[in-house]
Design a protein around this ligand. Sequence first.
Ligand code: ADP
Length: 178
Amino acid sequence: MKQRGVTVWFTGLSGAGKTTISKAVAERLRSWDCKIEVLDGDIVRQNLTKGLGFSKEDRDENIRRIGFVAHLLTRNGVIVLVSAISPYRAIREEVKARIGDFAEVFVNAPLSVCEDRDVKGLYKKARSGEIPNFTGVSDPYEPPLSPTVECRTDLESEEESVNKVLDTLKSMGYLADD
Ligand code: ADP
């Protein structure tokens, strides 16, 4: 596969499936020997943005820093897979405008589904008040108005979601048969 640099930005509620889909997309791209990098919100918060909290200001700063690194990689020809809740529309738009080569993937499942999955037990803690400012429960999530791709993970299989993302990269010209 031939590739061009692009940032693929997965946004959505906790438990919607961002990490699952981005990991599977990464595996598929690696199997084609593509140069890729994964920036996962949970891991980024342990290093690049360690110390930032969950106020709007800190969430925006978190996204700005992830966007900065994604931009550096993208302009060097890497396919960058970012998975971060990124709840605020304005900062997503800012990062998108700066990077240019950008696809926004809205990983979408109803809150009730994400909460039933409760992959990391966080919704339970958010409901009990143990975790404040939890997106979808006690903090806002602003859905994309016109995402490049929408993956309805409550209605489609992981495989379908992964294929949608890869097909989009092909149709946008970021991936092509060698
Ligand atoms: P996030 O990174 O958005 O917080 P995760 O990827 O950690 O979410 O968790 C999503 C959960 O939903 C996983 O347990 C995954 O197996 C499940 N799931 C069910 N259907 C899908 C689907 N179509 N796509 C992605 N994940 C799915």
